[in-house]
Design a protein around this ligand. Structure first.
Ligand code: FRU
Length: 596
């Protein structure tokens, strides 16, 4: 009895002593709080992942990973203080528990993260989000913004993207990576490029160095990105195994400036001058550099003063040559993303059409601002390098910096637009860019429902768009105006959530009203009506690509495009047409489920 009491007291003493030194402990890890918000976490056992509990409204804590007493990486994580929103995996399989120490700054000793961390061998990536699109690219978990480094090689389309693996809000920029053979089905691959001593990894591009101009190897994929450190500089990395692993160039950075905003290098090969061209964003201008070998860059010129929209910083440029439809001509297009300063607030993509001689871009209509997309969720648009069949395929990030961090998803945030093929067309004495959904998307259609022609005299209702509506579908419309001043259609659901699209034939506009589209209150700047100019036609042609949380409208074979996010509780499965001031005839209406 005495002996047992002694043992019990001994255990109590030990527990008290431990409580003084170790204030939280999982089965296989322990935390020691020091002073001034610093804690040290040590693992007692190996495991594949340390699951870190995140609370989105918490401040970012700084986590330094030390291996053998050296800091090998630093990340910022919103470690949970009061409640856990979700977990993010920190991969620790490659370190022994003895060699590894996490030095965490900025979290109170009472925060619940200390009890909630878990060492595991699995991390569940199964979808938990009802708004996750079915045929648009999303990261499995975590935050995504701009598409980066898109390049085609050996039958694969590579998509890299701005990625935060440690939370579903912006931060810790890495290049995430996925590949596809058809631009539709994507295989997720491990992170391609991670932050280093020069900074986090901001947006950029890739090229295939077919002639080994850089000396890294014939056919190397060479990536250019912005090292976002104390300042923004341009760095490079290369891959000799089709993008599966990258080695950073030891002479980084390769392009520098004394400007604060200096980023997003897009590199391409300019055949006539036999040089590589880099275009990058520099404040409210674009700068152009050239190089014979991808390593040594010479400044050529700047573009932008007094041209186009300047309501914000210029970002993510691209420079492509496109055919002008119905002619033998080709012209150059400078794509320029701008934030804020878009036509409906926040982010948008403008473009300039003109000539480029390898040194200088000249805009042929300097007094006009041209928008590539008239929605609110089309940003950071860039094109694939080395795409087959002379195609120019673009992809946009389908969000807006006005509210991207607050959209109502948590497991992941943000999707990309569908891939779009670009070309130019002439209209009313000027040249514009059209974007059409890439042909690969046609393979997603089921056999569809084809509705014959019907007249809209005031109102016409389609009660059931699809028998089984998963929220991913396409509607093709051809509408003939018969004297109406306004033709509208409303997509809605049983909950009364609706999106109203209107052709105003007095003002010659097409608009999309998402003010009652579902969840809209997460940001004041989300419930908006977006509007595009329309040219008068005999019949108006429209393709609507609808997914769980987006609508992309392509009018007149891509002559105007409008991309908007929506967050309905359930799919819109009804449609009501209205004609005001006259009637109209829907010549054809095809509805397809888009099955992935
Ligand atoms: C555009 C952008 C880029 C930058 C990146 C950072 O959305 O601001 O200019 O490289 O995002 O994530």
């Amino acid at each position: 009895m005495k002996q047992q009491l002694g043992k019990f007291l001994g255990l109590c003493l030990l527990a008290c002593a431990m409580a003084l030194t170790v204030y939280a402990e999982g089965v296989n890890w322990s935390v020691r709080y020091l002073h001034n918000g610093q804690s040290l976490v040590r693992l007692h056992q190996s495991g594949k992942y340390l699951l870190l509990p995140v609370e989105e409204k918490a401040r970012e804590a700084q986590i330094n990973l030390l291996v053998d007493n050296h800091t090998v990486s630093t990340m910022n994580v919103r470690l949970a203080v009061e409640k856990v929103d979700y977990f993010v995996p920190f991969e620790c399989a490659s370190y022994t528990p003895q060699s590894m120490l996490l030095d965490i700054r900025g979290v109170d000793e009472k925060a619940i993260c200390w009890k909630e961390m878990k060492l595991t061998d699995t991390f569940d990536k199964q979808n938990t989000e009802k708004h996750r699109p079915l045929y648009h690219f999303t990261p499995e978990y975590g935050w995504m913004n701009d598409p980066n480094g898109m390049v085609y090689k050996d039958g694969e389309y590579h998509l890299f993207y701005q990625y935060n693996p440690y939370g579903s809000m912006w931060g810790n920029m890495h290049w995430g990576h996925a590949v596809s053979k058809d631009l539709i089905s994507w295989q997720h691959l491990p992170v391609a490029i991670a932050p280093d001593g020069l900074g986090t990894i901001f947006s950029g591009s890739c090229v295939v160095d077919k002639n080994n101009t850089a000396g890294f190897g014939k056919g190397a994929i060479v990536a250019f990105y912005t090292s976002a450190g104390h300042n923004q500089t341009q760095s490079m990395a290369y891959s000799l195994d089709n993008g599966r692993t990258f080695k950073k160039y030891s002479g980084n950075p390769v392009v520098m400036s004394d400007l604060r905003d200096f980023r997003d290098p897009k590199v391409s090969w300019h055949e006539p001058t036999q040089k590589w061209i880099m275009i990058l964003a520099a404040g409210q201008e674009m700068q152009i550099y050239s190089s014979p070998n991808l390593i040594d860059w010479t400044y050529e010129s700047s573009f932008g003063k007094g041209q186009g929209a300047h309501g914000g910083v210029w970002e993510c440029p691209d420079l492509v040559q496109l055919p002008v439809k119905g002619t033998e001509k080709k012209k150059w297009v400078l794509i320029c993303n701008i934030n804020p300063g878009g036509p409906f607030g926040g982010s948008a993509t403008q473009y300039f059409v003109g000539q480029f001689d390898g040194h200088r871009f000249v805009n042929e209509s300097p007094d006009k601002t041209k928008w590539m997309d008239w929605g609110k969720d089309h940003y950071a648009t860039v094109t694939w390098s080395n795409a087959p069949d002379n195609r120019t395929i673009a992809l946009a990030w389908m969000s807006n910096w006005d509210y991207a961090n607050n959209v109502p998803t948590t497991q992941y945030r943000s999707a990309n637009s569908v891939p779009r093929d670009l070309f130019l067309y002439e209209s009313q004495g000027d040249t514009y860019m059209a974007s059409v959904p890439s042909k690969e998307l046609l393979a997603l259609r089921d056999k569809g429902i084809k509705k014959g022609s019907f007249k809209v005299n005031k109102e016409y209702e389609v009660k059931n768009l699809l028998k089984k509506n998963e929220g991913a579908y396409e509607i093709e419309l051809v509408i003939k105006n018969e004297g109406a001043q306004e033709i509208s259609f409303c997509l809605y659901n049983a909950k009364g959530e609706e999106v109203v699209c209107t052709y105003n034939l007095d003002a010659m506009t097409f608009s999309m009203d998402r003010t009652r589209s579902g969840q809209v209150s997460f940001s004041k700047s989300f419930p908006v009506v977006t509007s595009a100019p329309v040219v008068q036609q005999d019949t108006y042609k429209l393709r609507l690509l609808v997914d769980k949380s987006s609508i992309e409208a392509f009018g007149e074979e891509g002559q105007f495009v409008m991309t908007n996010l929506v967050f309905p509780e359930e799919p819109y499965n009804r449609m009501k047409f209205t004609a005001k001031g006259g009637s109209c005839r829907v010549m054809s209406m095809n509805i397809y489920n888009l099955n992935h």
